[in-house]
Design a protein around this ligand. Structure first.
Ligand SMILES: NC(=O)C1=CN([C@@H]2O[C@H](COP(=O)(O)OP(=O)(O)OC[C@H]3O[C@@H](n4cnc5c(N)ncnc54)[C@H](OP(=O)(O)O)[C@@H]3O)[C@@H](O)[C@H]2O)C=CC1
Ligand SMILES: N[C@@H](CC=O)C(=O)O
Length: 335
């Protein structure tokens, strides 16, 4: 029986979750794919911090060791920042590997190029984990809404900020205490400024815009406001009148182009995001035929994110390459 050989780039919160899910679901992979699935190599930045999780797995801080492996089928990327991750993904596609990424910053910058390159080399690109953690929003948009045209998409797209706002309101934690808890739980970015100032949600908005509308707005024209200016007194004051502050992203297709806004917003109990609490995210899709669809679920953390990645892995391995790819490309082509 053949084996699907996987390289894992990054062995932090997400990488470890992916390894664990793959390792503990071998029988399920066999049922679903009729093949064994094996992590054969792991790339890290600082090799002294790590030991290989199992004998026989190559642990390295040199990407060349990985890309030169004699048999490599899938590269899963869960590292940080635009480079060297974009170069690694490019090399992996050129080696005709399927690629899957959780790295929204890199994908917001280069997603379209990656998809085009993968088309040339006949491989697939999975990026479900780049937006809203464990919520299957990318597959929903790419695969399940074809006749519909999406007009607007709104969401709580960052788990850390929603977690901080919830903890400040429910438990009276300070901003710093709530952030440090989010870091301990593996929700926050390596540099949490990305979360609290809204850069992380901004990248997710750009990816959603590309998927829904085939283009991104001019980045400089996007209004982005984080949650650092919100005081405990403001949260308390709104709570006394049953109002909550949520960090809401909104992306709308207009006749003038794409309008994107990210800001803290005061919501009433009747608002669909009022009860989206803690690390949960939510996405509301407004489409011309079906109307409104809302999805919610865990927006960050080891297992929800790894779940999205491993679901992409299953798709990459079992779906006919051309069929899967045509769908992704047609939805994401740059106008
Ligand atoms: N945490 C979450 O809930 C989610 C995270 N993501 C995204 O997934 C990615 C990983 O996140 P997370 O696991 O939390 O981050 P961590 O900081 O926990 O882990 C990052 C891993 O990447 C490795 N790494 C960083 N830079 C390099 C490099 N230049 N070369 C090789 N390896 C490198 C690190 O190596 P070393 O250990 O040696 O330092 C580490 O193993 C990020 O892009 C993040 O935005 C997406 C959805 C949710
Ligand atoms: N830091 C991010 C992780 C998931 O994308 C978040 O908190 O949402």
């Amino acid at each position: 029986m053949s084996t699907i050989n996987i390289a894992l780039l990054g062995y932090g919160t997400v990488g470890k979750g992916v390894y664990e899910i793959i390792n503990s679901n071998q029988e399920r992979f066999l049922t679903l794919l009729g093949q064994n699935v094996k992590v054969v190599a792991i790339l890290v930045k600082d090799i002294d911090k790590h030991i290989p999780p199992k004998e026989g797995i190559l642990l390295t801080d040199h990407f060349e060791d990985i890309i030169q492996l004699p048999k490599l089928d899938v590269v899963i990327e869960a590292t940080v920042g635009v480079e060297p991750s974009f170069s690694h993904i490019t090399r992996a596609i050129q080696r005709r590997c399927h690629v899957i990424t959780a790295n929204k910053e890199m994908f917001a910058h280069h997603g379209q190029e990656i998809i085009e390159l993968a088309k040339t080399y006949g491989t697939t690109v999975g990026f479900e984990a780049t937006v809203a953690g464990g919520i299957p929003i990318i597959q929903t948009l790419n695969k399940l809404l074809n006749i519909n045209q999406v007009q607007k998409i709104e969401g709580i797209l960052n788990g850390t900020t929603n977690f901080i706002l919830t903890k400040m309101r429910e438990e009276g934690l300070s901003f710093e205490e709530a952030l440090s808890l989010a870091q301990e739980l593996g929700y926050a970015e390596a540099d949490p400024t990305n979360d609290v100032e809204g850069y992380d949600a901004f990248y997710k908005m750009m990816i959603l815009s590309q998927v829904c509308f085939g283009q991104q707005p001019d980045w400089k024209a996007v209004f982005r406001k984080g949650i650092t200016g919100i005081t405990p007194d403001q949260i308390k004051h709104h709570d006394t009148t049953n109002l909550r502050i949520k960090h809401i992203a909104s992306i709308t297709k207009t006749e003038q182009g794409i309008e994107a806004i990210l800001k803290p917003t005061i919501v009433q109990p009747s608002h669909p995001f009022y009860n989206v609490e803690g690390v949960e995210n939510a996405v509301s899709i407004h489409a011309n035929i079906v109307g409104n669809i809302s999805l919610s679920g865990p927006g960050a953390g080891m297992y929800p994110t790894a779940s999205a990645i491993v679901e992409d892995l299953i798709h990459a391995c079992r779906t006919d390459v051309n069929e899967w790819h045509t769908s992704a490309v047609s939805q994401t082509s740059i106008v």
